[in-house]
Design a protein around this ligand. Structure first.
Ligand code: TLP
Length: 345
């Protein structure tokens, strides 16, 4: 049975066109800067975001970590969301490897950090204080519902950063979902940022890879640190080739995933025992909680869904995040809805 996998958009397998491009990719030793396919992908990424340079990295986690390591010195502090991926789900890399201290501020339900909270978190010059060096935003904000942050909000945070001589980094793992949902461009959404990380391996369906984008000087330093972390890859054009297909073909179709997320939510909304998050979905993620009347917890529901060939990942004991992506078509949405109806009914 073909499984319907709604656990994440990270589960996307490469498209047939990607597999073809990967097989035919021209390659070289990328640590020497000799891989033409990687060079092309990095140039495309920099160009799409309107920044000077880009660096191909194996994962979003490494891209974010490199950004933090370049922007901050040991003992510096980073203002970031209490529900951000960097704070919650990157294995404490900034502290373990960079000696960097997080200063988490609450994410609002719309994914933003309140501007007053950011301002209040900036440390004054005092011998007792760490030095605030960086602000991080996440767009789309995953845990708040895959919610897109606006260009206007990001401009405001950028202005605060500049006024206080801080850098701004955007974890844009799903920045193209955000752009498509708001009928704008990734460039517009990230213009105020000094650095941006975005992922090829999520909704854009590449098997591996993320890009870190910023000034030439920033990327040169990140390239050095990537080598230090063991992320210098060799004939990696075989993977970058899929990334080029992601950027050329996959960004503009993300609206289809958002449409299917809406269909999934419409199927779930009237169902007994389902409490959808307000406004969900904003992009390709449907978040909902099991009502008290459901005697099963989320793990038990997930087990029962498997019987119908549907994989879902509990977010906690009574909560789910369902993610649509390239390999989820209309029929898969219908199957998932009817499986939920059977399991919860
Ligand atoms: N997110 C994954 C899990 O780690 C939770 C997912 O299934 O959503 N930033 C954001 C906003 C992310 O959602 C993720 C991955 C990353 C960074 C890290 O990317 P990778 O997995 O490539 O290291």
């Amino acid at each position: 049975m073909e499984l319907i996998d709604l656990r994440s958009d990270t589960v996307t397998k490469p498209t047939p066109e990607m597999r073809e491009a990967m097989a035919e990719a021209e390659v070289g030793d990328d640590v020497f800067g000799d891989d033409p396919t990687v060079n092309r992908l990095e140039a495309m990424a920099a160009n799409i975001l309107g920044k000077e340079a880009a660096l191909f990295v194996p994962s979003g986690t490494m891209g974010n970590l490199l950004a933090l390591l370049v922007h901050c010195q040991r003992g510096d502090e980073v203002i970031l969301g209490s529900k951000s991926h960097i704070y919650l789900n990157e294995a404490g890399g900034m502290s373990a490897l960079g000696g960097i201290q997080p200063c988490p501020v609450p994410n609002q339900t719309d994914g933003t950090l309140a501007l007053e909270d950011i301002l209040d978190s900036i440390r004054s010059e005092d011998v007792h204080h760490p030095i605030t060096r960086l602000i991080c935003l996440e767009n789309t904000q995953n845990i708040c519902g895959g919610v897109p942050l606006t260009a206007e909000y990001t401009r405001r945070v950028g202005a605060i950063a500049r006024e206080n001589r801080l850098a701004l980094h955007i974890d844009g793992a799903r920045i193209f979902n955000s752009a498509v949902a708001q009928h704008t461009t990734a460039q517009e959404l990230t213009a105020p940022a000094d650095s941006v990380m975005f992922c090829l391996s999520k909704g854009l369906a590449s098997p591996i890879g993320s890009l870190l984008v910023g000034s030439g000087k920033f990327i040169a330093r990140a390239r050095h640190l990537r080598k230090m972390l063991g992320g210098g890859m060799r004939q990696v054009g075989v993977i970058a080739a899929a990334g080029i297909v992601s950027l050329e073909k996959m960004t503009s179709r993300l609206g289809e995933d958002h449409e299917r997320a809406r269909k999934l939510a419409s199927g779930l909304r009237p169902m007994r025992g389902v409490i959808l998050d307000p406004g969900s979905p904003f992009t390709n993620m449907v978040y909902f909680t099991l009502a008290d009347e459901i005697p099963l917890d989320a793990w038990q529901v997930a087990e029962k869904m498997k019987v119908f060939g549907v994989l879902v990942e509990p977010d906690d004991r009574r909560r789910f995040r369902l993610v649509t992506h390239y390999w989820i078509d209309d029929a898969a949405v219908e199957t998932a809805v009817s499986a939920f109806r059977r399991v919860l009914g």
